[in-house]
Design a binder for this molecule. Structure first.
Ligand code: G3P
Ligand code: CA
Length: 232
């Protein structure tokens, strides 16, 4: 089964930090996934939440701080004292780690709470600068972001993220220039998902940390799973 290391190798290292990505880059998994937000000074940074409260020793929203301000905090010790000193990475720093590996790189643009105007163009510029058009999958829960990104980079693979299922899924997805969706794994057995898989849609499932569920996903025709363990 194809797997993507979710937020880097986040089962063993603090999620979305350089050490989590350096360790993921050593794995023979299919890909890596991470989340991108925009700072007050328009820098792309890799972190899951809108705020730094859960994964650092600081408080506040990413959007309200400059990169320099964000870098005054520690993003490792919340996970374990041995990772004290880990920094919030920029998108460029993470792409640098994977630019010469075999991994697929799933950039999730986290524009579904704060819209971060202009974030799509900034991500597109980085993909271009690192010449990674062939190895990137751009996804978002904000489907307007996907629409905008596809207008800028029609040749880059995209995927629509869903937290729950909608009726007329096939008709909805047809509006986009992509045939891939990322869904919670427990929807894999729903008849609508089975139907779209049979029709040829690529379905990837998050977040799977159990080998038995991975096998189940494979039997259901799911293309790949996101796992905090990287490989199952
Ligand atoms: O991209 C798959 C998965 O990461 C989406 O959910 O909340 O972990 O970003 P979340
Ligand atoms: Ca994510």
């Amino acid at each position: 089964m194809k797997t993507l290391a979710h937020r880097g190798l986040s089962a063993s290292y603090p999620e979305n930090t350089l050490i989590a990505f350096q360790q993921a880059a050593k794995l023979d998994c299919w890909g890596v996934e991470f989340d991108v937000h925009l700072t007050k000074d328009n820098q792309l940074v890799v972190i899951h939440d809108e705020s730094i409260n859960r994964t650092s020793n600081g408080k506040g929203f990413v959007k309200d701080m400059t990169l320099e301000e964000l870098r005054t905090f520690d993003y490792g010790s919340w996970f374990s004292p041995e990772f004290a000193g880990q920094q919030i990475p920029t998108l460029a720093e993470v792409l640098e780690i994977f630019k010469n590996t075999h991994h697929q790189i799933n950039i999730e643009i986290k524009s579904d709470v704060f819209e971060y105007p202009g974030i799509e163009m900034l991500v597109a510029n980085q993909i271009e600068a690192f010449q990674l058009k062939d190895r990137v999958i751009v996804s978002s829960f904000n489907h307007e972001t996907i629409m905008r990104f596809q207008q800028m980079m029609p040749s880059v693979d995209c995927a629509l993220l869903f937290a729950s299922l909608i009726i007329n899924l096939e008709d909805y997805v047809r509006q986009f220039n992509c045939n891939a969706i990322h869904i919670p794994y427990y929807y894999g057995m729903r008849s609508i998902i089975q139907r779209v898989i049979k029709q040829g849609m690529t379905v990837r499932a998050y977040t799977v940390n159990d080998e038995k569920i991975t096998q189940q996903m494979q039997q259901l025709g799911v293309d790949a799973v996101f796992s905090d363990k990287g490989i199952l």
